[in-house]
Design a protein around this ligand. Structure first.
Ligand SMILES: *[C@@H]1O[C@H](CO)[C@@H](O)[C@H](O)[C@H]1NC(C)=O
Ligand SMILES: *[C@@H]1O[C@H](CO)[C@@H](O)[C@H](O)[C@H]1NC(C)=O
Ligand SMILES: *[C@@H]1O[C@H](CO)[C@@H](O)[C@H](O)[C@H]1NC(C)=O
Ligand SMILES: *[C@@H]1O[C@H](CO)[C@@H](O)[C@H](O)[C@H]1NC(C)=O
Ligand SMILES: *[C@@H]1O[C@H](CO)[C@@H](O)[C@H](O)[C@H]1NC(C)=O
Ligand SMILES: *[C@@H]1O[C@H](CO)[C@@H](O)[C@H](O)[C@H]1NC(C)=O
Ligand SMILES: *[C@@H]1O[C@H](CO)[C@@H](O)[C@H](O)[C@H]1NC(C)=O
Ligand SMILES: *[C@@H]1O[C@H](CO)[C@@H](O)[C@H](O)[C@H]1NC(C)=O
Length: 566
């Protein structure tokens, strides 16, 4: 080959490379979107909020390199939070504001709402769900693949065992038609096909493996939407198990935690954190990270005690899952994307879980339907600009009789009543600030899989331990402005809190601030007048897994189900 030919070939190679990059650039302009949901994990269960008990270096690293969404509100329980996330609507617009769905309960999302995966699919995305759905599965059309996901590997109901993948449903033993205390059946499906072969594997690891497979198989010239709904750290089998692969190892690793249930909880959360690292690393391996948005959030606060208690902690916030106090609804959320203009900061603007819907659809180049409650928060998140959000309706549950609203700028919260007379309004979680607890290790954050993957991108400033400790100190609100948290003072009537001065809701100022209370009461009434009544129906006795070879099947499409003789 002559010098001339070589030069010529190199020139055509360069031209080719340029053309290829223009073509791929154009095709790749829509960002990949990965949403990872934790289940019933509390404010104090992430190490970035200031506790040293449970190391979450990967999730922390998303925030230190990206943005901590410090005033991100969710619904107080699972199904309503997921409904708001996937529809952009307050659950009370769909009759979804009540208690979470039972297994075998027919309460699908209304047919006419356009779900997030449905909208993204129209915009050219490949859409996948791994893990939890919890938005009803009586008919095939109501399941994830009926509502916009190309594929689903995971479960339809609220929780499954960490190793047996059975969904459990407590039954009323006094109901003479069943006389049983619990129903259970396999709830691990690939599309509609029951998956028996994975039993005895560990749920978090299995969902990670399937998520990595989705990314690996994905043709990166298409935009990807992957949602991962983890079981961690909901209780599993019989609604009580917190499954860990090796209990003895767990006891060793978390020796500094006294409560054996919280030791397990810590292990469950730490394994979820590792999964986040694996997923981000896989995106980088496929060269997709440079054009991705990764959002991690918990669906609601931790359920420290009571039904499905997992001994998670919302400290220093008051209230557990089900409560509209901050512990139930002030979400833990972090977002990383190389597309963020401002990175490595704490965002204090008012955000609601329904905003995720609108923001992602518009980032994908679409327009969100105009009858939703979410707003596009991208400029708020990416540039730290003021939000257009006027207020947040926390919920109106007309059956349980409690409701709440947060005012503009997130300053005031007005509540009217409490779930079950306030049994979950206490401040019960561990502080995690114990002298015997090992200190926070910034080097673990720096060496985490997430940080390593992010740092290998171009144009990212290196993360150092002084940035980490500065941000972490600001995120730690445990002093609550010098106010001591009150141990137990349920909001039985009307309550008003000044969240700027009193983020831990220690002082009810409803009688001393009547003008503010009246304004919020009026706004709340306005929402109350718009509610679609709750559609809760309880367990449909025809859904019994015994009929279907001990699996939960789409019982209202009975002909599609494999039946066994009772
Ligand atoms: C069943 O009935 C007994 C006796 O009336 C009552 O004490 C118990 O609370 C009932 N159990 C449930 C789950 O309703
Ligand atoms: C990926 O998608 C592009 C565009 O649709 C197509 O040309 C290409 O063949 C696909 N690659 C693979 C490996 O399927
Ligand atoms: C865990 O420890 C207990 C008691 O020390 C022992 O009996 C058991 O075999 C251990 N389990 C495993 C899986 O190593
Ligand atoms: C909302 O969208 C619907 C359907 O696209 C349209 O018919 C209607 O005019 C819109 N309403 C407003 C207020 O923009
Ligand atoms: C600190 O840990 C010790 C022993 O594990 C325990 O007895 C004590 O109650 C803890 N203190 C706080 C403030 O949590
Ligand atoms: C740490 O990183 C920040 C942000 O990139 C930078 O401003 C600061 O100078 C760095 N500090 C040290 C000690 O390297
Ligand atoms: C507050 O709750 C009471 C009792 O359920 C109800 O009568 C009243 O209408 C509620 N107020 C608002 C603003 O919703
Ligand atoms: C029925 O359930 C058993 C496990 O109990 C499983 O091995 C078998 O494959 C199932 N049969 C069908 C047809 O799904």
């Amino acid at each position: 080959m002559s010098r001339f030919q070589l030069l010529f070939n190199m020139k055509s190679l360069i031209v080719l490379v340029v053309i290829v990059s223009i073509v791929t650039c154009k095709k790749q302009s829509k960002p990949n979107i990965v949403v990872i949901l934790g289940d019933d994990i509390g404010w104090n269960d992430f190490s970035f909020h200031g506790s040293n008990q449970i190391p979450t270096p990967n999730i922390d690293a998303l925030g230190y390199n990206g943005v901590f969404l410090n005033r991100f509100y969710t619904q107080p329980t699972c199904s309503p939070s997921r409904a708001a996330l996937l529809t952009g609507k307050y659950p009370m617009r769909m009759g979804y504001q009540g208690t979470p769905l039972n297994s075998g309960e027919d309460r699908p999302l209304p047919d006419d709402v356009e779900t997030l995966p449905q909208k993204l699919k129209e915009l050219g995305y490949k859409t996948h769900l791994v893990g939890k759905w919890h938005l009803s599965a009586g008919r095939r059309k109501d399941t994830p693949t009926g509502r916009g996901f190309d594929t689903h590997f995971g479960y339809w109901n609220g929780y499954i065992g960490y190793f047996d993948f059975f969904a459990y449903q407590p039954m009323d033993p006094n109901d003479t038609s069943t006389g049983e205390t619990e129903w259970s059946g396999l709830d691990l499906h690939d599309g509609f096909a029951p998956q028996w072969e994975y039993q005895n594997q560990y749920a978090t690891d299995l969902f990670t493996e399937k998520s990595l497979e989705v990314i690996d198989k994905h043709n990166s010239s298409d935009p990807l939407f992957l949602m991962i709904g983890h079981l961690a750290a909901h209780t599993g089998a019989h609604g009580t198990e917190l499954g860990v692969p090796d209990v003895n190892q767990t006891q060793k690793d978390y020796w500094y935690i006294d409560d054996p249930v919280r030791q397990r909880f810590a292990d469950v959360v730490n394994r979820l954190d590792k999964s986040v690292g694996d997923v981000v690393q896989q995106l980088q391996k496929k060269d997709m990270l440079k054009n991705s948005i990764i959002l991690f959030l918990s669906d609601n606060g931790a359920q420290t005690v009571g039904i499905y208690e997992n001994h998670g902690s919302n400290y220093p916030l008051k209230g557990l899952k089900f409560s509209l106090l901050e512990g139930g609804v002030r979400g833990s959320a972090v977002l990383f994307s190389p597309l963020l203009s401002k990175k490595g900061y704490i965002n204090n603007h008012l955000l609601h879980i329904s905003d995720v819907y609108t923001t992602l659809i518009e980032l994908a180049g679409g327009t969100a339907p105009n009858n939703t409650d979410g707003i596009n928060q991208w400029s708020t998140i990416s540039y730290d600009k003021n939000t257009q959000r006027k207020e947040i309706l926390l919920n109106v549950d007309e059956i349980q009789g409690y409701s709440g609203i947060i005012s503009k700028l997130g300053r005031y919260k007005f509540l009217n009543g409490s779930y079950l007379l306030g049994i979950y309004d206490g401040a019960l979680g561990e502080t995690g600030r114990n002298s015997s607890t090992p200190t926070y290790d910034a080097s673990k954050v720096i060496s985490s899989a997430v940080n390593q993957a992010i740092q290998s991108l171009s144009g990212i400033s290196p993360l150092n331990s002084s940035t980490i400790s500065t941000l972490r100190e600001q995120l730690d609100i445990s002093s609550c402005n010098q106010k001591t948290r009150t141990s137990d003072s349920p909001c039985l009537g009307e309550c008003l809190f000044d969240l700027w001065k009193d983020p831990c809701e220690t002082e009810n100022i409803v009688s001393s601030s009547p003008t503010i209370a009246e304004k919020l009461r009026e706004k709340l009434y306005n929402y109350v007048s718009q509610i679609v009544p709750e559609r809760n129906r309880g367990v449909d006795l025809n859904s019994n897994p015994k009929k279907y070879n001990n699996t939960w099947c789409t019982w209202l499409d009975d002909s599609e189900c494999y039946k066994t003789l009772l």
